[in-house]
Design a protein. Sequence first.
Length: 285
Amino acid sequence: MVHVLALAGVLSISFSAIFIRLASVSPVTATFFRALYALPVLAVVWTAFRARDQRTERERAVAVASGVILAIDLAVWHESIALIGAGLGTVIANVQVVFVALAAWIWYGERPTWRTVGLVGAVLAGVAMTSGLARNDAYGARPIAGALLGVLAGATYAAFLLVYRAANRGRAPTVGPLLDSTMGMALGALLCVLVDPGFSIVPAWPSHAWLVLLAVGSQVIGWLLIGTALPRLSALETSIMLLGQPVFAVIWGAVFFAERFSLFQWIGTAVVLGGVLLSTRVPEP
């Protein structure tokens, strides 16, 4: 049952990039309304578990801060999707595991093995290949810029995961930290408005119908399912489950938008996904 919940959550969030492309709004607009439309639903769910929420004010503040970081991440990621499509944009953003490893080395002294260093190099080489290497057959309006933004999205997503983990110590049901983080996301999106000239607070249809699906399907249902299921899975099972998101995103991009990568981009995608999977396995002794 736990595996079914996790897979359902991964499937839900795998549609995020699709809904963003269908909405056709600016990056910060998508981020802000993803949070705004999710907040009432999360608040209603939280009231049912309020008595079990034992977090301190500091822990709640850290959760809000994680949401501000996530808003920056999503704004960058949304722009990456606009430049290189839903599939590649989601694949490249998963280089967050590389930045998590670097952070663990710098802050916690967890020195990487040569195996880890090799995997990091392979993943970065894969990212370079997903950019199309400036070839004419590369998919995307601006594949190189899109790949660079994807890497930046991966870095900010890693920062979000580290901060969100610090805010989620098991002292509250999954919905508590998620609600606070989503509030921080809305605040962070407003702080990013100045760098997004296309931002609009006026709802437009059908764009906002897709944003409602993004908020409810990904931000609420997807992350509630994942947050409930993954703590009960092993590290390897968790990594395999989460790797399903970029794989499904590539499939949806091909089905819904006829995204057709060049040979180099396909090879790069395989290298990135393989490197991400191997980097999350138990390290060699």
